[in-house]
Design a protein around this ligand. Sequence first.
Ligand SMILES: Nc1ncnc2c1ncn2[C@@H]1O[C@H](COP(=O)(O)OP(=O)(O)O)[C@@H](O)[C@H]1O
Ligand SMILES: [Mg+2]
Length: 312
Amino acid sequence: MLRAFERADTIAPSESAVLLVGETGVGKEVMAEYIHRHSGRSQRPFVKVGLATLPPELLESEIFGHERGAYTSAVADKKGLFELAHKGTIFLDDIDDFPLNLQPKLLRVLEAGEVQRVGSTTPIAIDIRVICATKVDLKDMVERGAFRSDLYYRINVVPIRIPPLRERREDIPLLLRSFLDRYAPDRPLPLTEEAMRVLRGYSWPGNVRELRNTSQRIALFARDRIDVSDLPEEIREENPATIAFKSCLHCFSEHGTSLEHMVNCLEYNMLKQALAHAHGNRTKAAKYLKTSLSTFRDKLKKYNLESESPAD
Ligand SMILES: Nc1ncnc2c1ncn2[C@@H]1O[C@H](COP(=O)(O)OP(=O)(O)O)[C@@H](O)[C@H]1O
Ligand SMILES: [Mg+2]
């Protein structure tokens, strides 16, 4: 995360296109706004285009605008979002949902710095910086023919990957505390050690967004000290194997289907989760996985996991 922010600090003042890559809820929009605020365009508009939520039939006229009479419903001229972002930053969220048939038009806007409203032949010059976000690997889509490679290269000048929450568990207590302070400003709400351990061990498939919603729920119901029983059921009852499988799913989708990679990934995650489940106690963790302690030790060594538990 620090590396991601360092990168953002470095490129914010430049004019270069940025591609934010990360699962849903990791903070891509937060990062896009951060870059805008730290750029020379900070006093100008920041315009977000939610491509996953915009109906495809409205998309073209929403982003490029239209002339009066371009459609039967077009009773007046309409500025598109690109025009509204003039001199500022446009944030194309979920660019992976951008329809293939409109991609050449988007590329032309970015290359030429001008838009044409639907139904018009007059180009309008625009000065924008573009930041895109994607939840899937665009390179993969390019290979499958689902995304144009020329557009991909145009928007992928500076890629910044934002890691999922389960890959930066040390952020969980910090984020949780800040959300609890936000949702229960008048109560200190300390957590028991066990509650914090469960929260840190959870897989957080919805990432920071899920943590924020969970914090809000906890703040609503907790009276003083937050214990495991105050946590939502799906968090309390997630078992080590489920967590391991969920971590693997993401890894598999990123690295394809190499048998060796899949087996290693699963083994690695099972070891990690067994250790977390056993509070770092190797004997208990080995028992949980039904292996001998010596096999378990060898495997910890193989995956460089020895620091995750004190030697016993
Ligand atoms: N570093 C962070 N600090 C505080 N809140 C965050 C942080 N990252 C994400 N959030 C919060 O989590 C939620 C999801 O973030 P968002 O940027 O919309 O994610 P994404 O665009 O990747 O889906 C938002 O409510 C946002 O305010
Ligand atoms: Mg988002």
